[in-house]
Design a protein. Structure first.
Length: 79
């Protein structure tokens, strides 16, 4: 079973759609939603291991232009 995480993303003003489109192109991204509140986007990601999730966040998500900050919440129990 794959590991799962929720990535809460703050974007630069006016960059939500651009960032969401870039996220949707990445392998391991299961869903991307633009939301209201303290974060601008919530992405659900999956990887074969916690290392895969870490690599996706640091190597593929963080470099996307327009992302100001992320918070990654690992799912500890699937329902």
């Amino acid at each position: 079973m794959a590991d799962k995480a929720f990535v809460l993303i703050e974007t630069a003003v006016g960059r939500n759609k651009e960032v969401a489109t870039a996220l949707e192109q990445l392998k391991g991204i299961k869903s991307v939603d633009i939301v209201t509140g303290p974060y601008d986007i919530i992405a659900i990601i999956e990887g074969e291991s916690l290392n895969d999730i870490g690599d996706l966040v640091t190597g593929k998500i963080h470099p996307i232009a327009g992302i100001s900050r992320t918070v990654t919440c690992l799912a500890i129990q699937a329902t």
